[in-house]
Design a protein around this ligand. Structure first.
Ligand SMILES: C[S@@+](CC[C@H](N)C(=O)[O-])C[C@H]1O[C@@H](n2cnc3c(N)ncnc32)[C@H](O)[C@@H]1O
Length: 414
């Protein structure tokens, strides 16, 4: 039996990411708010699984997250939830809650979209859930003295629906997207290869490895379209992912700034993005330009080259990045997994070459995202950190290695 009393209005700020993203997302938000113009304390979040954080809603914190947060895939403001798993009870639960919700516009026309995900335990299909939630919203906007209509392209409001919570306490959750949709769409990638990395994963990789942009260079030796290098430059400067004008017009944000300038404008990181494939160089330059990282404004902290990683040596790197310290640094990359163009075995010699080449860099670290469980063995080093994730729909791992002769295992005969 459905229990209508259990449907409720919700109000948490919700950061969702890929599996295992919670720790990095939490640390990133703390850092951003600390650096922001606001004197607010970030409350402790509650965790929902390993991929979502919920915070008591505070407009300034929500604004900072929506503008600057780089590792979250979506940022939402929870609106309503219900234990219902059938369409009619869900609509019956939500219409009165939405009608009474003063966060939603009143007395005017609104266009909106509804995205539904992860509703496997709902007793209706995805499209039916979407249709029911759309009807509930239309009815609520009507009862609030206006009209609501669905608009797929650039709607004023985007709603997300998903089932959340532990077994036995599952609820259907409606949240309002306040982070400008899927955040890996940064608007900074105009060209890409066959296997580009999601920007949100790149941001996670760099933060997991605790890169220090003031104190160490970052090198992506197999950069493809340059995603990791671009994310690194943006993280180092504290560039916004979204400007306030990209966020929904909400009364909660009314008194907050109209611009989101870089938080660390003076940081000048030293970054090399390199790939064996020369066509990648043109892609990278196009993407750097789209990201606003070329010309005087950026003072070109990213150098682009075409090099076989097997030929990378500390002295060659010192010539390419003359200003950076050379006794420490971070390699951050995602190698081919052997899923698309090659088989899993065919990429093992490349991993071995990589291991041999990077071991020359005593005192450096390597942060890798890879969906091939034989990587560490072929690379011939023991990771100091290993964390499961999902990349391109595959079970993958973030791995961090301390490089150098003393930390690698003795070379195995191949
Ligand atoms: C999975 S892709 C990297 C994608 C990249 N992170 C992005 O977001 O576009 C792997 C890249 O490794 C490069 N690569 C393969 N062998 C290499 C080698 N020996 N040296 C340097 N790059 C290599 C490929 O050309 C390819 O662009």
């Amino acid at each position: 039996m459905r229990q209508p009393a259990q449907a409720r209005s919700e109000s948490a700020l919700r950061l969702s990411g890929t599996v295992g993203a919670n720790k990095v997302m939490e640390a990133e938000l703390l850092r951003l708010v600390k650096r922001s113009p606001f004197e607010v304390r970030v409350p402790r979040p509650t965790r929902q699984g390993s991929a979502a954080l919920r915070y008591a809603f505070e407009p300034a914190i929500a604004w900072v997250a929506a503008c600057y947060h780089r590792s979250a895939s979506r940022i939402g403001w929870e609106i309503a939830s219900s234990p219902a798993v059938r369409l009619e009870p869900l609509v019956a639960d939500w219409v009165p809650l939405l009608t009474a919700d003063e966060r939603l516009p009143r007395g005017r026309s609104v266009d909106f979209s509804v995205h539904v995900r992860d509703v496997d335990d709902f007793e209706a299909g995805l499209l039916q859930v979407r249709g029911a939630v759309k009807s509930a919203l239309e009815e609520a906007f009507r009862q609030r003295g206006g009209t609501g209509s669905v608009e797929a392209e650039k709607p004023e409001l985007e709603f997300n629906v998903r089932r959340v919570g532990r077994e036995g306490e599952r609820r259907t959750l409606l949240s309002l997207d306040i982070g400008g949709g899927s955040r890996h769409y940064r608007g900074q990638r105009v060209a890409q290869g066959a296997a580009p990395l999601r920007e949100t994963l790149a941001a996670q990789l760099i933060q997991l490895a605790r890169w220090m942009p003031h104190a160490e260079p970052l090198v992506d030796p197999m950069a493809g379209s340059g995603t990791i290098a671009i994310e690194a430059a943006m993280l180092a400067r504290g560039f916004a992912v979204r400007q306030p004008r990209d966020l929904p017009r909400l009364s909660a944000f009314e008194k907050l700034p109209e611009e989101a300038p870089p938080l660390y404008p003076d940081t000048r990181p030293a970054i090399l993005a390199s790939d064996i494939d020369e066509t990648c160089v043109a892609w990278m330059i196009g993407n750097l330009r789209a990201a606003g990282l070329t010309g005087r404004a950026a003072e070109s902290s990213i150098v682009v080259r075409s090099i076989d990683v097997a030929e990378l040596t500390p002295s060659a790197l010192a010539e390419i990045l003359p200003d950076g310290p050379h006794d420490r640094g971070l390699f951050a990359f995602n190698p081919p997994y052997g899923e698309r163009m090659q088989t899993r075995d065919q990429v093992l010699p490349l991993y071995r070459d990589l291991g041999r080449a990077l071991k020359r860099f005593d005192g450096w670290r390597a942060a890798v995202i890879v969906a091939n469980e034989e990587f560490a063995d072929a690379f011939n080093a023991r990771p100091s950190m290993a964390k499961p994730t999902i990349a391109s729909g595959l079970r993958a791992q973030f791995l961090v290695f301390d490089l150098g002769r003393q930390t690698g295992r003795p070379a195995r005969r191949s």
